[in-house]
Write a new protein. Structure first.
Length: 281
């Protein structure tokens, strides 16, 4: 195992690209290495073991944080908050449960970033309840296009997320920027108001496999997982998640296979669940 302790700790001082490059240089751990380090930390309070676990997953934080850039907050700050979540995950991780740290850590990383977004984005004052937070982080990915939701679509979103239709309408208005008062400032960070950023529907925080085992997707693990799917499921996963250009929409695939968009969504969810099991095996 390459000793992460022999590599320099990424510094928050300086260029962000340099930090990211430094974080990516730390080697990924095998499952056996990860379990050994986690047990050393849990049983012996070995801080060097915990440090290696954290360093080997810094690239995961960078990848997840990138998915939140659409909220207009500095990437470096998002990474910093995500790193706090990663350290909390390492502290609470139980290697004997048979779950890889990467899967366990994603929840804690996103939780910290969510809190940071909600506290620092001025337009999010309505997201005060659990249901409203779910609405805030899901609405963009649930919209079929860039146009405003129709009354029927608004009702459908409200039913799926357990909120009132008027809350969906209010959140959509806020997210569109129509009621945002632009507060100009000489502060460089303040010049980037949320309305100036475009949402990336493929990087929404609600997507279950967002950056999951980022490097593993480039390895044989992905090939093996894809081979475990039937032809239709494999085609859907490749078109939705692995396309080099724009990902196919549910409706496009529905037309291709002559089924409903909802059926495509069900097949996709089942395939992702199966792949998750294969990748974590």
């Amino acid at each position: 195992m390459t000793n992460a302790l022999a590599l320099p700790m990424p510094s928050a001082v300086g260029n962000l690209d340099a930090y990211i490059q430094s974080a990516n240089r730390f080697p990924m751990l095998t499952e056996a290495e990860e379990v050994s380090l986690a047990r050393r930390f849990r049983d012996e309070e070995d801080l060097d073991a915990a440090r290696q676990l954290v360093l080997s997953h810094l690239r995961l934080v960078v990848s997840i944080a990138r998915g939140y850039l659409g909220y207009g907050l500095p990437h470096a700050d998002l990474i910093q908050e995500g790193n706090i979540g990663l350290m909390k995950a390492v502290k609470r991780y139980d290697p004997d449960r048979g779950v890889r740290l990467v899967s366990f850590a994603i929840h804690w990383i996103k939780a910290e970033i969510h809190e940071y977004v909600l506290k620092n984005w001025r337009m999010v004052k309505v997201a005060t309840t659990k249901a409203q937070r779910k609405l805030f982080f899901n609405l963009r990915s649930m919209k079929p296009g860039s146009e405003a939701l129709t009354p029927g679509q608004t009702l459908e979103v409200a039913q799926k997320l357990g909120v009132k239709p008027e809350e969906v309408t209010e959140m959509e208005t806020r997210l569109s920027g129509r009621d945002l008062a632009m507060e100009s400032s000489d502060d460089e960070d303040e010049k980037y108001a949320p309305i100036a950023w475009l949402a990336d529907s493929h990087s929404e925080p609600t997507q279950v496999l967002e950056a999951r085992e980022y490097d593993r997707l480039q390895s044989d693990g992905l090939r093996i997982a894809l081979e475990g799917l039937d032809a239709r499921s494999r085609r859907i996963i490749e078109a939705r998640w692995l396309a080099e250009g724009d990902a196919a929409t549910l409706h496009e695939l529905a037309d291709e296979f002559s089924v409903s968009a909802e059926r495509i969504r069900q097949i996709e969810a089942k395939a992702l669940q199966k792949m998750k099991g294969l990748l974590s095996a």
